[in-house]
Write a protein that binds this ligand. Structure first.
Ligand SMILES: [Fe+2]
Length: 406
C-alpha cells in the first residue's frame, strides 16, 4: 500500500513536471535557455545531478552540447559525440536506452570517454517527425537507484516534447538563415541590375553629347515628382529606371545626326524621331520587375496638345508617368549645355516651361515640380531631390519667383 502511494506521488510529481516542461517548451525564451530549463525540470524530477542535451549536426556528423547541468564550464567544451547514420538507424525514437545495453555498440565505443565523463546511465535519442534532432544523456540518480519503468515512460513523453521543440527551433533557424541568404542574394542581384542600367544610361548620354548625367538627372527629377504625387516605392523605382533608359533608342541612330542639333533636314528629323519607338522596342523585350517602363519611354516626346511624337497623343491619352518624363527631359535639356547652344538660366527655363504649360507640358505635373523646387530652395523640405542636380545651373535667378507667379 505504502509502495503504491509512493508510486502515485512520484507520478503526480512527474505530471506536474511535464506541465512545467510544456510551459517551458512553448515559452518565448531562446532555445538554449528553454532547453536548459527543460533539462533542469528533468534532473529535478528524477534526482539526477548531471545531464546533458545535444543537438544533432548532420553535416558535422556530431551531437553538440546545447545545454548541460552539473558540469564545469571548462569540461563542457570537451563534451561532443560523434555519430553516423548507421547508429541513428539503430535507435528507438525517444526511448530511454540504458547505457549498459549500448556498451558493445560502435556508437558507444567511439564516444566512451565522453559517456564516462558524463557518468551516463540513460541515453535518449530525440526524434520529431521521424527526424533525428538530438539526444539527452542522463547521469546516475542520487542514491544510485536505477530508473523505474514508470519513470522511463514519463521520460519518453518528455523526450518527445523536447524533440518537437528542438525540431521547430532548428526549422525556424534554417528558415531564417535561408531568408537572410535569399535577401542578400536579391540585394546583390538588384545592385548588379542597377549598375548595369546606370552603365547603359551613361553610354546613351555619351553618344548624345549631352552634358554628362542627363539621363541620371531625368531619372532623379522624375522620382522627385512621382514621390510628390504619392506613388508607391516600386512604381517610383520603375520611373527611375525609365528615366535612365528613356533615350536608349538613340544608340542605333547615326551619331552625326544626333549631335547636329540645329539645321536638321526633314529626313534627319524623321530619323531622330524614331528613337522613342526604338527605346520602346528594346525595353519591351526585357522582363522588368516594374510595369509600364516601355510606355514611359515611348511617349517621352509627346505633348499635351497632341503635337508631339511618335503617336501625337493628347493629354487625356497620356499617363502621369509619360507626362512626368516629357517635362523633366525637356527641363534638363533646357538647363544643360549642348554642343550647339548654351544652357538657359533657371529663371529662363522656368519661364519657358510655364509658357508651354498646358500645351507642351501637363499643368499639374509642372506645378508639382516647381512647387517642390521652390520648397527645396526655401529650406522647407529636409531631403533635397532636385536642387543637388542643378549645381551646374544658375539657380539664383529663380529665387525671385514667389508662389504667386505660378
Ligand atoms: Fe528623347
Amino acid at each position: 500500500m505504502a509502495n503504491s502511494k509512493l508510486t502515485l506521488k512520484r507520478l503526480m510529481f512527474s505530471i506536474a513536471s511535464l506541465v512545467e516542461l510544456g510551459q517551458e517548451a512553448t515559452s518565448s525564451k531562446g532555445l538554449s535557455i528553454k532547453m536548459k530549463s527543460a533539462l533542469y525540470v528533468i534532473t529535478g524530477t528524477f534526482s539526477v545531478p548531471m545531464a546533458a542535451l545535444f543537438v544533432y549536426h548532420p553535416q558535422r556528423r556530431s551531437l553538440e552540447l546545447l545545454a548541460a547541468k552539473g558540469y564545469k564550464e571548462s569540461a563542457r567544451r570537451e563534451i561532443k559525440l560523434s555519430i553516423q547514420t548507421k547508429h541513428i538507424d539503430q535507435f528507438h525514437a525517444n526511448e530511454p536506452h540504458a547505457i549498459q545495453e549500448m556498451i558493445r555498440s560502435s556508437f558507444y565505443e567511439q564516444n566512451d570517454t565522453v559517456f564516462s565523463k558524463l557518468q551516463t546511465r540513460i541515453f535518449i535519442p530525440l526524434f520529431a517527425k521521424d527526424e533525428f534532432v538530438g539526444a539527452i544523456a542522463l547521469g546516475k540518480k542520487l542514491g544510485r537507484a536505477s530508473f523505474r519503468q514508470n519513470e522511463k515512460d514519463v521520460l519518453r513523453v518528455v523526450a518527445h516534447q523536447m524533440a518537437i521543440t528542438l525540431y521547430n527551433a532548428t526549422l525556424f533557424l534554417e528558415l531564417t538563415k535561408k531568408a537572410a541568404e535569399n535577401k542578400k542574394l536579391y540585394e546583390s542581384m538588384r545592385r548588379i541590375y542597377h549598375d548595369t542600367i546606370q552603365a547603359f544610361s551613361a553610354a546613351i548620354d555619351a553618344k548624345d553629347g549631352y552634358t554628362k548625367n542627363h539621363s541620371y538627372r531625368v531619372a532623379c527629377y522624375a522620382v522627385a515628382i512621382a514621390r510628390e504625387l504619392g506613388w508607391n516605392k516600386k512604381d517610383v523605382e520603375g520611373i527611375y529606371v525609365a528615366g535612365l533608359l528613356h533615350d536608349i533608342g538613340k544608340i542605333i541612330i547615326d551619331t552625326r545626326v544626333i549631335k547636329k542639333g540645329e539645321g536638321l533636314t526633314t529626313p534627319e528629323i524623321k530619323e531622330i524621331r524614331r528613337h522613342p519607338q526604338i527605346s520602346h522596342d528594346i525595353l519591351s523585350k526585357i522582363n522588368f520587375p516594374w510595369k509600364n517602363i516601355e510606355h514611359f519611354v515611348l511617349h517621352h516626346h509627346e505633348r499635351m496638345d497632341g503635337k508631339g511624337y511618335p503617336d501625337a497623343l493628347r493629354s487625356t491619352q497620356l499617363t502621369d508617368g509619360e507626362k512626368i518624363l516629357a517635362l523633366v527631359d525637356a527641363f534638363d535639356a533646357m538647363t544643360s549645355d549642348r554642343p550647339y547652344r548654351d544652357k538657359l538660366r533657371l529663371d529662363e527655363a522656368f519661364s519657358e516651361v510655364m509658357k508651354c504649360s498646358g500645351t507642351q507640358f501637363d499643368e499639374q505635373i509642372t506645378k508639382t515640380f516647381f512647387d517642390l523646387l521652390r520648397k527645396e530652395m526655401n529650406g522647407e523640405v529636409k531631403v533635397l531631390q532636385i536642387l543637388p542636380h542643378l549645381e551646374h545651373a544658375d539657380v539664383s535667378s529663380f529665387r525671385n519667383y514667389g508662389s504667386g507667379s505660378m
